[in-house]
Design a protein around this ligand. Structure first.
Ligand SMILES: [Zn+2]
Ligand SMILES: [Zn+2]
Length: 558
């Protein structure tokens, strides 16, 4: 039989959803009042005579009838109906501290955001503060609560747990007399982390006692591995090894399954042999060392056997900031601040690509404001030469695949990045057609965040990667590797395909503040997985090379 608690919760949810949907506020209030009254009744409503329910203070006729419905059927039809009309992500938002129904209604109806991931991303892009009732403080609170809530799912972005893993490693090595070597997903630089792993020569009992003392109860234990999980659902695992097998355990736990299966097959590998270093494992099988980041596909083993691994791009190889926003659209820093910070980071140039005019939610640039921004850029360039700001735009790819300005305005930019920001709910056919049209536009130079995915939050729209890559190759369009740790879009798994077609990749931070420049590193880490070298990355071009690139691209326009 349905309990008072459940009845009260149903009313309370109904009231909130009615507010979110903008239904009659008096009705919503009466259900909220009913929830409150039911919550205070000690006697189970199911044991009360039906008539007496109507005489409870705070229960009107309509709420009384709903209670009887719930007592008889176990459910509340009007609630089920309204849930049906509410996207699941909107329902989830009710669990986030700091946003009530009114704010959720604004988020849904005005910002057109339907998932927590999108909302989090909007906070990062400073987008909420443009709306009434959302101050900077509210935005920050919402951001933190979402991050906390999403953390409870037990999967994390690499960037979210990187510092934590470093600090824990420091704590382990200073507190315990054992060796710890990072392995697993973190060592492989995967974009999503399910567990943080170390190989250790430590003693299991001592490890368990220590981990318990810092809030990590034991989750699982066998003779190879002990796992722990803390309150934030972070999983930490230790792979048990001794002096003799330390390197082979490290090797095996730093490979994907595909890779390891192929390795065992092609090398007949003897894991009981003693390898003084991990690299000795590779030399024992006439193979050049394969970095953990690249131990993903089986094919890399054959390349390594032929000594054909190219040197990987490193964070220091990024010499230009491509794709960043300023206060002209939704960025947090002025052009001058963005330029100064880029110079301080040793960058040779900055490509400013604020949002285009259709991106009203992001304060996109009207045609008049484009001209004004260009004037300001000219002034800054005079002041800061030889450092250079390039005039760019992140043009929305409109619903029909066209770009956001007439040709004569597009012609005023040094470079155009084309990205999809709206109408993301597309089937593959529609998405392909939309992207293809944008790629074939002579003004498009870079395809921004290819699928629009937000890791752990929103799947990208479906596309035919091969088709899109081929089109980029045919039209000389560069594919962005958006380095924001929640995007990392193009997925690194497709980069090799693009490189085979001689498509340039560009590791771009999509920075909305000067701090955003730091994200380039996350792009580099996944690019390493794909075997990218610096010659294949546009943001590694020096100023001179980049000027030439811009010049060549502009030849497409005539
Ligand atoms: Zn964008
Ligand atoms: Zn952007």
């Amino acid at each position: 039989m349905i309990t008072n608690d459940e009845i009260s919760n149903n009313f309370s949810l109904l009231a909130k959803l009615m507010d979110i949907h903008g239904e009659n506020p008096f009705k919503a209030k009466s259900y909220a009042a009913a929830a409150f009254s039911v919550d205070k009744i000690a006697t189970p409503l199911s044991e009360m005579p039906p008539n007496s329910i109507f005489s409870i203070k705070g229960i009107g006729e309509s709420a009384g009838n709903r209670i009887i419905e719930m007592l008889q059927t176990g459910k509340l039809q009007i609630l089920e109906d309204i849930i049906q009309q509410t996207p699941p992500g909107i329902l989830e938002m009710l669990k986030i501290k700091g946003i009530g129904p009114k704010k959720i209604a604004t988020i849904w109806k005005e910002l057109e955001i339907e998932t927590l991931g999108e909302l989090l991303y909007a906070c990062n892009e400073n987008r909420l503060t443009l709306y009434k009732g959302f101050g900077e403080k509210t935005q920050q609170n919402i951001k933190e609560s979402i991050e906390f809530y999403m953390g409870t799912m037990g999967r994390y972005l690499f960037q979210q747990v990187e510092n934590f893993s470093k600090e824990l490693e420091k704590l382990l090595t200073t507190s315990l007399p054992f060796s710890f070597q990072l392995t697993g997903e973190m060592r492989r630089q995967l974009e999503i982390i399910d567990s943080i792993d170390w190989v250790t020569n430590g003693n299991a009992d001592q490890l368990i006692a220590f981990m318990n003392s810092i809030g990590f109860p034991l989750k699982e234990q066998n003779s190879f591995k002990i796992s722990f999980k803390n309150e934030q659902n972070i999983t930490v695992q230790f792979w048990l090894a001794n002096q003799e097998n330390f390197q082979s355990v490290l090797f095996e736990t730093s490979c994907s399954e595909d890779f390891l299966t192929e390795w065992i097959k092609t090398t007949q590998w003897d894991k009981s042999a003693i390898y003084p270093l991990e690299d000795s494992i590779f030399s024992a099988y006439d193979c050049c060392p394969i970095p953990p980041a690249q131990r993903e596909s089986a094919s890399i083993i054959h390349l390594a056997k032929q000594n054909e691994l190219s040197s990987l791009i490193t964070p220091d190889d990024i010499v230009g900031i491509i794709h960043s926003h300023s206060t002209w659209s939704d960025g947090g820093n002025s052009l001058t601040e963005m330029a100064k910070a880029a110079i301080e980071k040793g960058m040779q140039y900055l490509v400013i690509s604020d949002h285009s005019k259709s991106a009203f939610y992001a304060n996109g640039l009207s045609i008049e404001r484009v001209a004004a921004q260009h004037q300001e850029i000219n002034q800054i360039n005079q002041e800061f030469a030889p450092f250079k700001i390039f005039k760019s735009i992140e043009s929305d790819i409109l619903n029909d695949g066209s770009l956001d300005y007439p040709d004569e305005i597009l012609a005023s930019f040094d470079l155009v990045i084309a990205s999809v920001h709206s109408n993301l709910k597309m089937n593959e056919e529609k998405a392909n057609a939309r992207l293809l049209k944008a790629i074939e536009n002579n003004y498009t130079n870079i395809l921004g965040h290819m699928t629009g995915r937000l890791l752990l939050s929103r799947a990208g729209y479906p596309i035919n990667h091969e088709l899109i890559i081929d089109a980029c190759a045919a039209n000389g369009v560069v594919i962005e590797l958006n380095a924001h740790p929640r995007r990392l879009d193009i997925d690194w798994r497709w980069i090799e395909k693009a490189l085979q077609k001689n498509v340039l990749i560009s590791i771009n931070p999509d920075a909305h503040t000067i701090d955003g420049y730091e994200d380039c590193r996350f792009g580099v880490l996944v690019a390493q997985k794909a075997g990218l070298n610096k010659q294949q990355n546009l943001s590694s071009f020096n100023l001179n090379q980049f000027e030439q690139f811009v010049h060549q691209q502009q030849l497409k326009r005539s």
